[in-house]
Design a protein around this ligand. Structure first.
Ligand code: AMP
Length: 123
């Protein structure tokens, strides 16, 4: 499947330094920063620096080095924020229309600091 990446999405602009962010961790391949509209006491986004639109794009096409670096950085952020090991957290990624993804650059939401409630709201 061919993925089309929008180079003007807000996270691409953050990675180019055009928009400020509150960085939590940064490596050669990965950036973690605070969500601008936190939905829990801890709400951090982990993104790859490469141009991947969503989880399936990243999982299918990123290099092994990028994939390992992304997950190791997420683990270090969880340890740094003191939510793993401990009371725990929720890690989620939204994709496409059904996932209600807003920003078309792959990101993992790390949410913690309170009991998160059931995973999926019912409407
Ligand atoms: P999603 O709906 O999964 O695509 O989530 C996108 C997330 O990006 C939302 O939680 C937004 O609050 C967050 N967001 C949007 N713009 C920024 C920004 N400039 N800095 C940090 N987080 C942002």
């Amino acid at each position: 499947m061919a993925y089309e990446y929008d180079h003007n999405n807000v996270f691409a602009r953050i990675l180019r330094g055009e928009i400020p962010n509150r960085t939590v961790a940064e490596t050669a391949h990965t950036l973690a920063f605070h969500d601008i509209r936190p939905q829990a006491p801890v709400h951090v986004l982990v993104i790859p620096k490469g141009p991947y639109v969503n989880f399936d794009h990243f999982a299918a096409e990123a290099s092994a080095e990028e994939i390992v670096d992304f997950h190791r950085t997420a683990a270090s952020v969880l340890a740094m924020l003191d939510i793993a090991p401990g009371l725990g957290y929720r890690a989620i990624t939204n994709t496409g229309v059904h996932g209600m993804q807003e920003v078309p650059h792959y990101h993992l939401h790390i949410l913690g600091g309170k009991v998160m409630g059931r995973m999926i709201g019912h409407d």
